[in-house]
Write a protein that binds this ligand. Structure first.
Ligand code: AMP
Ligand code: ZN
Length: 466
């Protein structure tokens, strides 16, 4: 039985959907105002693995994802500018062009990483009417109030607003990720509809705005997910909802409050949250200049599926640290895996003991690091090659590492050395040319300590990862 950690109960639970084999799942999609980076992609590979594991267990997954192309403000507290309008200005394009440009880049990244597309893709701008109707229901039920800059949800009317994060209301205040908008009744209240600002003389009109019963403006960010999840999946109670851990305290708390206030039903049964990707031990941020995209990974010569392999090595609830060094090591490990698979015979006869262990690992809260370890155990085992191939191709439905295709296409990966190692090798070559072999040997040892073994053969130098 599949067991998975539910943020709502803070426990690992048996997974039982409402109407098996159907599983309804909603994923908060990207805000398409900037390049999607490898931090975002870690999350979407995580969702992809979840979908594949559900399917491997015989479930039929119906997955919906939104594309946020309006209404996501630069702060979580309904202040600041609409991210889309800001992005448009930065890139000198219209808001609609920005949305198209970055949606395309997002999907190119998904494709490169073998992430299956969601069944239902919903753009927030295509569902403005549904969002307005949703707000009207909340208004009729007495959950809303109007202030100068928009219509707000009154969180004091919703019992247990902090049930997802488990935070106390006082902690939220202390946490101060939310600022107090003037006129807001409670710190945690959030905008459902924002009015277009009155234009100062010579000011620029918003590019995206719509008429509503309350005045011209645009929807708040949170409302789109509730309106579209319920509409797209055709149910008021979803089996699974996913997102990054940063969504727990505000965005998902708000989704729960407005959905349950509107429908009177539990909104989501299992909340799944992915931990963050850091770079060289730091948060990814523009100011630190450590944001990398899938395109950057490709430009450096890596195989995108080596990045997927790298993601699988860390459990989704653990923080992951990306370095180009670990990327290089993942490329080598993935290269070796493909080479091992290339040596296998045609698939025939499975290995039930192995497949059972593999299933236990993935069903234990998606323990992919353990599952990868089992893959290497299998490769080193003395089971017949043809049976290994059969089992490996089967479990690759979950891993998504293109094992069968790589063999068919005779895919060859190159070793990409960290620049530090490359430099040492060049220095060593110089020393050897000059006949300074003792110093050259010293560098060779230094390189060995950094994890790479150099062998001088008749064909030239060969290098291996230790
Ligand atoms: P953004 O469009 O940058 O606000 O990011 C959208 C979502 O992607 C975030 O709310 C997170 O859930 C996820 N995300 C952003 N950065 C990272 C990261 N470094 N690691 C993992 N997930 C991330
Ligand atoms: Zn969302």
């Amino acid at each position: 039985m599949l067991r998975i950690y539910n943020t709502l109960s803070r426990k690992i639970e048996n997974f039982k959907p409402q109407n098996p084999p159907l599983v309804t799942m909603y994923a908060c999609g990207p805000t398409v105002y900037e390049y999607a980076h490898i931090g975002h992609m870690r999350r979407y590979v995580g969702d992809d693995i979840l979908v594949r594991i559900l399917e491997y267990n015989g479930f039929k997954v119906k997955e919906a994802m939104n594309i946020t192309d309006v209404g996501h403000l630069t702060s979580d507290s309904d202040t600041g500018e609409d991210k889309m309008e800001k992005g448009a200005r930065k890139f000198g394009l219209s808001v609609w062009e920005i949305a198209k440009k970055f949606e395309k880049q997002f999907f190119n990244s998904l494709d490169a990483l073998n992430i299956q597309r969601p069944d239902i893709l919903m753009h927030a701008t295509d569902y403005i009417k549904e969002q307005i109707v949703f707000i009207q229901i909340l208004e009729q039920k007495g959950y809303t109030y109007k202030i100068d800059d928009g219509i707000y949800f009154d969180t004091s009317k919703f019992p247990n607003y902090t049930k997802l994060s488990g935070q106390k209301a006082e902690d939220l205040k202390a946490g101060a990720r939310i600022e107090m908008v003037k006129g807001k009744k409670h710190l945690t209240d959030f905008a459902l509809w924002k009015f277009s600002p009155n234009l100062p003389a010579g000011g620029k009109k918003r590019q995206m705005e719509w008429a509503s019963p309350w005045g011209v403006g645009f929807p708040g960010w949170h409302i789109e997910c509730s309106a579209m999840a319920i509409k797209g999946l055709d149910t008021e109670t979803l089996d699974i909802h996913t997102g990054g851990i940063d969504h727990i305290a505000i965005h998902h708390a708000n989704e729960i409050a407005q959905s349950e206030a509107a429908t009177g039903k539990q909104f989501v049964r299992y909340w799944v949250h992915h931990n963050f990707l850091h770079v060289d031990g730091n948060k990814m941020s523009k100011s630190a200049e450590n944001i990398h995209t899938v395109e950057d990974v490709l430009r450096k010569g890596f195989d995108p599926l080596a990045l997927r392999y790298l993601y699988l090595q860390t459990h989704y609830r653990q923080e992951m640290n990306f370095t180009w060094y670990s990327m290089g090591a993942a490329q080598i490990a993935y290269k070796r895996l493909i080479e091992e698979v290339a040596k296998l015979k045609n698939p025939k006869g499975e290995i039930p003991e192995f497949e059972k262990k593999f299933l236990e690992a993935i069903n234990d809260d998606l323990n992919l690091p353990k599952a990868l370890g089992l893959v290497w155990e299998l490769i080193k085992s003395d089971y017949p090659d043809s049976a290994k191939a059969e089992s490996l191709y089967k479990i690759d439905q979950v891993l998504g590492l293109d094992l069968e295709k790589s063999r068919e296409k005779k895919k060859v990966l190159k070793i990409i050395l960290p620049s530090e190692i490359q430099k040492l090798i060049e220095e060593r070559n110089q020393l050897r040319k000059q006949g300074r072999f003792t110093q050259a040997d010293y560098l060779r040892n230094k390189i060995k300590k950094l994890g790479y073994l150099i062998k001088d053969t008749k064909k030239g130098m060969e290098i291996e990862k230790i």
